[in-house]
Design a protein around this ligand. Sequence first.
Ligand code: GTR
Length: 389
Amino acid sequence: MAGAPGSQHGLPAPNFDEGAVPAYSLPDPLRFEDGSAVADARDWTERRRPELLELFRRHVYGRAPDARGRTGWRTVELDRRALGGAATRKLVEVEIRGVRPGAARLAFRVHVLVPNERPGPAPSFLLLNNRGPERADPTRDTKGGFWPAEALVARGYAAAAFCVGDVAPDERDSFGSGVHALFDDRRGPEHWGTLAAWAFGASRVLDAFEADADLDAARVALVGHSRGGKAALWCGAEDDRVALVAANESGCGGAALGRRRFGETVAHVNALFPHWFCGAFAAFGGREDVLPVDQHELVALLAPRAVYVASAQDDLWADPKGEFLSLVHAEPVYALFGRGGLGSHAAPTVGAPRHGDAMGYHVRAGGHDLTRYDWERFLDFADVHLRAR
Ligand code: GTR
């Protein structure tokens, strides 16, 4: 793929040839680090899941601070006649109170459009918006496939979005700013990276949703595209209040298996975006086989909750096949809970979504973007799992 971002950094050219994918063997999510086997769902939940979560914190995303009692929220704007009367628009300010003197609080804004016609508290889709604010415009002056709020509301879901950059800037040297500055004065190897900070922000939005009588916080789907998809998956792993995660073209550090080294690799992503991860992750560039985890285990951390992975045919940088395989290899963990996965492991067909039991997948035609097509599939899947009541 000409001009793939990695080629500018003196790194090996990325591989886009399926025939050149190296032989690899994946870590088994159902084996403890001491080699013993996970016996049942209880063993998984009480012992193996915490062990795995800790491995991801130490080696990949870093450890976020304890947020208990640190969130505040208030509605700063309310319009009951938004979307031509179909929705109530709220602008909610979420506040995070820090522990460091001189960096006491950070406030960021969440836009929510709640359907006015609803039988009770609404299920919702919360977008971790990693693009400009105009991509999730609550006034609807700017509309597009990235956040088709009207379509969500028409199907009974609240449409919510916040800009991840308001929680932590997407910049290399940003550790001393955004939400990081509230808690830390230095960056160590296990300190939370920017993806973990965005995930932390999404969890604080859930704190606010739990206090909002118009919303059902037990039926929240997180949606993230690309780097936003990586953060959405990690949020679902860290926060079991999340009912469904839809990770769109999340690629390396998201749903794609690292050991395949197809498209963007651990070396590329660390060279381009070292701040996204904890410092320790950089050591695994080109050494994916010694990383104690792979990304199917990130998906497994969501079990038995609903998970949707979406790819785009031309988005080889994100490794569509590796994204699909993460679901496949997470299935044994879902099976512990009596939950089925995708239903079939046959190679997916472009434009033919596969919605199994707790897992959904599609690969659509076209390139790297979050589109109306993707959302329509997430909605179909959510109708089964979050059922708009
Ligand atoms: C790319 C990056 C990917 C993905 C993407 C995006 O440059 O290499 O991992 O996150 O940006 O967020 O659109």
